[in-house]
Design a protein around this ligand. Structure first.
Ligand code: FES
Length: 133
């Protein structure tokens, strides 16, 4: 059974404070269901998500660049049927998983808000750290 912890730690790095979200022992499988997480510093209901694409972990704020609503109609379903694009369930915008750039749809050329993410293995499992600024 997986164990999740959430830490919001303010860091004094320059003018804008950053918050750090740490997720422990979470499995994010290749081109599979995205892992959603809360981002309380962006609002009561704000969420982000993690995807693994070509072995790399990516994190985004879960908000379409067209209209600021969540991308996934079914929670965690962020990829299209070909598993090549992040897709918005509302009007079908398609985003590149590596950059968050919209390449098809009403917000073509705009970007999802990408979050810096790192992953390391510890003796207790993996540790995923996401920076929110
Ligand atoms: S709300 Fe996402 S494409 Fe319109």
């Amino acid at each position: 059974m997986s164990n999740m912890s959430l830490n919001a730690i303010e860091q004094n790095q320059g003018a804008a404070p950053q918050h750090e979200i740490v997720l422990l022992n979470q499995v994010v499988e290749e081109k599979s269901t995205g892992l959603r997480f809360a981002i309380p510093s962006l609002g009561q209901f704000a969420t982000g998500f993690l995807l693994r694409f070509n072995g790399q972990l990516y994190a985004y704020v879960n908000q379409c660049a067209h209209i600021p609503i969540e991308l996934d109609w079914n929670q965690g379903d962020f990829l299209d049927s070909s598993k090549q694009f992040i897709v918005c369930a509302t009007h079908g915008a398609h985003y590149l998983p590596e950059s968050g750039q919209c390449v098809i749809g009403p917000c073509k050329g705009k970007q999802l808000k990408q979050l810096h993410v790192t992953e390391k293995m510890t003796e207790c499992g993996n540790e995923i750290t996401i920076l929110i600024d």
